[in-house]
Design a protein around this ligand. Structure first.
Ligand SMILES: [Zn+2]
Length: 98
């Protein structure tokens, strides 16, 4: 691995962590991580430092899980309505109108 690439990645890491880099840059950095343990370890250390400092990551993660949970609840609620509707419909169809 060329030293130049390492230096480039190190320069880009702060922006990369703040998600300010372009997708092409992200791809370059991620590809570099795969072949360079040194830079990946540096990146992981920096991420830890950032998340300890202002903890935006755990909050974001929690928020994402919450919204997924909400979506599941909505889908389950919708399914319950559909199933109840089907049961009532089948009951009416088999027993005639109430
Ligand atoms: Zn490197």
């Amino acid at each position: 691995m060329s030293k130049f690439e390492c230096e480039l990645v190190n320069d880009l890491l702060p922006s990369y962590i703040e998600k300010k880099t372009s997708s092409q840059t992200n791809q370059f950095i991620e590809e570099h991580f795969r072949s360079c343990d040194e830079c990946r370890e540096l990146y992981e250390a920096m991420i830890e430092e950032v998340s300890i400092k202002n903890q935006p990551m755990p909050y974001k993660k929690k928020f994402r899980i919450n919204s997924i949970g909400k979506m599941i609840l909505i889908v389950l609620g919708y399914l319950a309505v559909v199933i109840i509707g089907l049961v009532v419909f089948t009951y009416i169809m088999t027993n005639g109108v109430i």
